[in-house]
Design a protein around this ligand. Structure first.
Ligand code: ZN
Length: 98
């Protein structure tokens, strides 16, 4: 369904109209022929309201990614610390055995 952003013919306000959407301000009804002729005269800009309101619209935010549980980071940190301590103990043992 074609929807146009125009200056209303009657009240002059900027509105989005279509064959099923009268002027928001003055209620003037636009027929499909009128919408088509306004578009043909380049007096309006086609807008896709459904797309603006849908998830594909430019204002939509990204869907929230499921975050990894916090204990997973803790396990990585603990494993890294354990590895560092293991290395230190190995170096000390090697130095003592010399
Ligand atoms: Zn109007």
């Amino acid at each position: 369904m074609k929807q146009l952003r125009i200056q209303c013919v009657d009240c002059g306000k900027p509105v989005i109209v279509s064959a099923f959407r009268p002027c928001f301000y003055c209620g003037r009804n636009y027929s499909q022929q009128e919408v088509d002729s306004l578009f043909a005269q380049n007096k309006g800009e086609v807008v896709d309201v459904e797309e603006l309101l849908s998830a594909r619209g430019p204002l939509a935010v990204e869907p929230v990614q499921p975050r990894s549980p916090p204990w997973r980071n803790f396990i990585y940190v603990a494993a890294a610390l354990f590895f560092l301590i293991f290395c230190a103990v190995c170096i000390l043992l090697i130095l003592k055995l010399k």
